[in-house]
Design a protein around this ligand. Structure first.
Ligand SMILES: [Mg+2]
Length: 272
């Protein structure tokens, strides 16, 4: 029987299921029944397992695809994955994954040829990198609800986001080592400047070089455009961006992204 190679039909990638139609499907079924019948006749015990992926299998694949930037532009966590994401965020795996990223930051930072001229820089994002919005997103079904700009702004203006402990630790160690750490956030400077600064200070983010927020010139522009422009300006000022840490790919793509980028996991929302 001739089977078309997978992925060749009309240029569309075929899923891992044989694309047989009509009489071919019937023939397959007959062959399968014949094989089973002859197996029984020979006294063989035939068993097979239909491999039907569970929601959790599906959601693990979904989450990996999100973290690797293979799924983009998604607006909400798929309905069948709400419990999976909740379990991931609260059950310890998220904390362990952040810890693994931070371990890699330490490992890399130890090998950076530090010059000591005051131009060795790091970039760190704020939301869900330095400060956690997990408590807010608990009320939004861990990303099951679409982004609510008014609700999020009200939350951010309260200035009560806790630090991600592992990120706070590495932030302090980078500052102590002499790196200039720039905090770069898409939060609106005009309306969220004061509470963001206060929140960062209250949580122990002190002695950073500069907190750079979105000004009026970048209103409505994507994070990639805004953050790329800021990083270009820093490079033009002579800074060497050694590391760049963020929970969104839009923190880590574009221009002058740095010598190494580090992705903090975030399966709750996507920022373009
Ligand atoms: Mg962020």
């Amino acid at each position: 029987m001739h089977l078309r190679p997978l992925g060749t039909e009309d240029g569309v990638y075929a899923p891992a299921v044989m694309q047989v139609t009509g009489w071919r499907r019937v023939l397959h079924l007959l062959l399968l029944l014949a094989a089973l019948g002859s197996g029984r006749a020979m006294g063989l015990r035939i068993s097979w397992c239909l491999s039907v992926p569970s929601d959790d299998d599906y959601c693990l694949s979904w989450r990996v695809a999100v973290e690797t930037n293979n799924i983009r532009g998604w607006r909400t966590v798929p309905g069948q994955c709400l419990r999976h994401v909740e379990g991931y965020m609260l059950g310890g795996q998220y904390r362990r994954d952040v810890g693994t990223v931070v371990d890699q930051i330490y490992q890399y930072a130890r090998g950076v040829p530090f010059s000591g001229d005051g131009k060795d820089a790091w970039i760190m994002d704020v939301d869900d990198t330095c400060l956690s919005n997990l408590r807010y997103y608990q009320g939004k079904r861990f990303g099951g609800d679409p982004f609510d700009p008014v609700g999020f702004k009200a939350w951010a203006q309260m200035g009560i986001c806790p630090a991600l402990p592992a990120v706070l630790q590495v932030f302090n160690d980078l500052v102590a080592a002499g790196f200039k750490v720039f905090l770069l956030t898409g939060r609106d400077e005009e309306t969220m400047g004061a509470p963001t600064t206060e929140n960062l200070h209250n949580q122990g983010f002190l002695n950073y070089e500069r907190l750079i927020m979105r000004g009026p010139a970048y209103k409505g522009k994507s994070a990639i455009v805004f953050k790329s422009d800021v990083r270009k300006q820093l490079v033009n000022q002579g800074y060497r961006i050694w590391g760049n840490v963020g929970d969104q790919w839009s923190d880590l793509l574009g221009d002058c992204v740095g010598d190494r980028t580090f992705k903090i996991p975030n399966p709750m929302y996507f920022v373009p």
